[in-house]
Design a binder for this molecule. Structure first.
Ligand SMILES: C[S@@+](CC[C@H](N)C(=O)[O-])C[C@H]1O[C@@H](n2cnc3c(N)ncnc32)[C@H](O)[C@@H]1O
Length: 277
């Protein structure tokens, strides 16, 4: 991989060096003559070697940016993606008074912690991975929302059975099993439990659907992220589960259909202003 022909590699190298030296990238570019210590050089080379194997930069650095905040990440959690920020935007636009929000498959807690930090909402967050929940709890502590995000280990909404929510937001695994990437693709370093959506990519969402009518308040909002080719089918599944709700598809920053939302007819057009649909 030549840094002269691969702009991503050039950028990654600058990011890694900036972290090792405790400087920003502009400083790195302006100080090509700077001398680094042997220790700094050794750390930098070990980071570059890890990157060469395909390991995501976020795992090497131990953090990833999401909605303007830094989140601790490691090999137990998916690296939060920019497209997921759209679902957070939708939620923030919808929240009027203190509301109850359910974040299903919270991973590093990026969605739940951001909503708690940006609004007055109380959040329940679930994940089947105890290791992921440890990371999410640490992120809630870092962002000062540990008292408003309750973490629950278990399958989908099982741990919060009996509760009802104003917003249910889910970024569950949605990669069809046959499309999971192998090394050295960076996604192959992420937990399979965070990516594998079964044969058609919708197995986990399909399992969730029957519980939705008992989870969501009748004037609530449901948001689900998935892969562009499966969005229409996910929209049909959601419509079947919540027949009185209006279903719409939202695009990501690249203009690709990325999420489905279900909103009660009475909420639509009230104070709520959708950001992307
Ligand atoms: C695609 S990752 C999303 C993580 C995070 N919400 C985000 O947007 O960055 C999916 C998460 O769902 C969790 N998960 C997978 N199957 C689950 C299940 N049946 N019940 C609860 N969580 C599950 C995984 O452990 C993983 O943390």
């Amino acid at each position: 991989m030549s840094s002269q022909t691969n702009p991503s590699a050039r950028n990654d190298v600058a990011v890694l060096l900036a972290r090792v030296l405790g400087r920003n990238r502009a400083w790195i570019l302006a100080h090509g003559e700077a001398i680094v210590s042997e220790e700094e050089a050794a750390t930098f080379m070990s980071y570059c070697e890890r990157r060469r194997t395909g390991e995501p930069i976020a795992y090497i650095l131990g953090d990833a940016g999401f909605y303007g905040r830094d989140f601790l990440v490691n090999e137990h959690v998916l690296v939060p993606r920019p497209e997921t920020e759209q679902l957070v935007d939708e939620t923030i636009a919808f929240i009027r008074a203190p509301m109850r929000v359910l974040d299903l498959g919270t991973g590093c807690g990026a969605i739940g912690c951001t909503i708690a930090a940006e609004t007055d909402a109380g959040v329940d967050a679930t994940d089947s991975s105890g290791d992921a929940l440890d990371v999410a709890r640490e992120n809630a502590r870092r962002h000062g929302v540990l008292d408003r995000v309750l973490f629950h280990k278990g399958d989908l909404a099982e741990p919060v059975k009996g509760n009802r929510y104003d917003v249910v937001i889910a970024n569950l695994p949605y990669v069809p099993t046959s499309r999971l990437k192998k090394r050295p693709d960076p996604t192959s370093f992420e937990p399979r439990e965070a990516l594998d959506g079964g044969p058609d990519g919708l197995a986990v969402y399909r399992k969730l659907m029957p519980s939705l009518p008992r989870l969501i308040n009748e004037d609530g909002l449901v948001l689900m992220e998935a892969a562009p080719p499966t969005i229409e089918e996910l929209a049909a599944m959601l419509q079947a589960a919540l027949p009185t709700f209006v279903i719409a598809v939202g695009n990501d920053y690249s203009g690709l259909p990325r999420y489905v939302k279900a909103i009660d007819r009475r909420s639509e057009g009230a104070t709520y202003r959708s950001s992307g649909v």
